[in-house]
Design a protein around this ligand. Sequence first.
Ligand code: RP5
Length: 163
Amino acid sequence: MGKVGIVMGSTSDLPVVEKAIGVLKEYNVQTEVRVLSAHRCPDEAREFARTAREGGFSVIIAAAGMAAHLAGAVAANTTLPVIGIPCKSAALDGMDALLSTVMMPSGIPVATVAIDGAKNAAYLALEILAVSDEGLARRLEAQREADRAAVLDADRLTNEKFK
Ligand code: RP5
């Protein structure tokens, strides 16, 4: 199984990104975590993306806030799948990052999750890896089943409570 690269624009994004790292660790996926800014160190961010495939990565998660160009800049320099996490900032509540991340031109996709949607970024990365990993696919199915059971329990308890 390939590694998942996790890159963020600033350590101020880490509280969000840690949620993705946590999910990937639960599934024992090998990760490499980097801080690389599309604006403050564009050459290094580009180099990371250009060498990612030969470096053993299968998927890249890129998180950034404000004028969030990191995921797009990474996607421009690799044909590996890139998942973008738009991070919330004070001024525009994350709408700035959401639009900067999601509105990519044809041919350079960024699979954008919700604002601060780091867990779904990890689950999407797992689903991409699971295309060629039957064991991982089974574990994801088991998680879906556990989630379903939890909702049905909540339904039963809530229904009882208000009878
Ligand atoms: C973006 O600018 C980063 O991804 C971060 O979300 C935001 C603010 O960065 P800092 O000024 O906190 O380093 O590039």
